[in-house]
Design a protein around this ligand. Sequence first.
Ligand SMILES: C[S@@+](CC[C@H](N)C(=O)[O-])C[C@H]1O[C@@H](n2cnc3c(N)ncnc32)[C@H](O)[C@@H]1O
Length: 449
Amino acid sequence: MRYLPLHLDLKGRHVLVVGGGEIALRKVTLLLKAGARITLVAPEISGALKETLRDHELLSATYESSHLDNKVLVVAATENETVNREVSGDATAKNILVNVVDSPELCTVTFPAIIDRSPLVVSVGSAGGAPVLTRYVREQIELLLPERITQLAGFLAKTRDKLKDLLPDIDRRRRQTEDFLTTPGAEAAMSGDSVTAESYLFDTEKTVTSGEVYLVGAGPGDPDLLTLRALQLMQKAEVVLYDNLVSPRVLDRVRRDAEMEFVGKRSGYKSTSQEDINDLLVRLAKDGKRVLRLKGGDPFIFGRGGEEIQKLIEGNIPFQVVPGITAASGCAAYAGIPLTHRELSQSVRFVTGHPKDGKVDLPWQEFVHPMETVVFYMGLGGLATICQQLMNAGREASTPVAIVSKGTTPEQQVLKGTLESMPGLVARTQIQTPTLIIVGDVVNFSAQI
Ligand SMILES: C[S@@+](CC[C@H](N)C(=O)[O-])C[C@H]1O[C@@H](n2cnc3c(N)ncnc32)[C@H](O)[C@@H]1O
């Protein structure tokens, strides 16, 4: 290891920055975050630096070695190699830590790439030799570390003394904290619920169950539309219950060793009833498992997410709900159809077109406004009825309609017609489910883009 990573306490300490431009500003911003007192020296100082360093020392001058007096660190951020070498030589002679931007050979310290979830800070370095790789690794870690881990770190710092009193033995204390991090208490701490979090942290007899459920929206199909939170929980779960709307490419992002269970409806498979799914969620969580309930789109939009959490609440199971991109948003965006538009549509309505007892029974009179987009989920089976009823209620027969099949996936197809023509078009086309029906003038907009 060429460099030892140390986290330097700069609060109130004096740091010299040499340079008055953009690069100096970037370093200054970072140093200020750590609470450093800054002296900046440069013949010309940018307006942004003057503004940022209002309460610090600015010297419009050329660098000289006396500027290093009483400094713990110096950063040379100039494009002048002679000055950079001079700063490096002077600082090294005086045993002052020195960083010269983009010249690792002149540095005794380098700036790592940082993931700042203060008080938790992760630094990634490559001895200054591979900054692009360093940033890439940082981005990967960023994905795994939820923003709210800040709250968890704060909670652990706050409860440290109390845990010490409870468990004076350091090994037991460490094990207790390690266990805690795998319980719902950690998630509770991240959500700011310190009462629940403490009940897990101080539960030395392990009396509370450690299982929990994540009800996560997987979006309409394209795995790149998963949220960061979804990805984080997909890496954390031990058991995954998923529907047929969750695409294989999304499932590929789940932790490799997770137990996968299909609970959707698919021909050739015995389908699992909603009651059985609810019971399974409760049972698995009571067995101490971290369960991911992965649903297509958004769990709270025609996803029966409400029923599932009702059961979890009754079973006293900790859970969290993570929204996903609903089919209407995903399909519309990928088909180039804005759901609202200042001149074409002032509102949008999501409606289930699922026939009940063979009938699509809906308040059709409410859907007649020409400036409203109506999106039907699960509507293919009832398409003819939907189009006819909308016309009967007063929407023009020429109102544009789009059917988006397998939206956001590589197999996406978009079929366009009108209320009058669409049932015939569909009868003549092999269209694959899932499909979404979009009704309104916005449908024609995609022809322009
Ligand atoms: C039970 S609903 C679930 C909706 C989901 N919770 C959401 O927010 O998108 C299933 C319906 O969503 C629509 N759907 C879901 N994914 C789709 C996709 N990729 N392309 C087109 N329609 C989709 C279809 O209308 C399908 O019948």
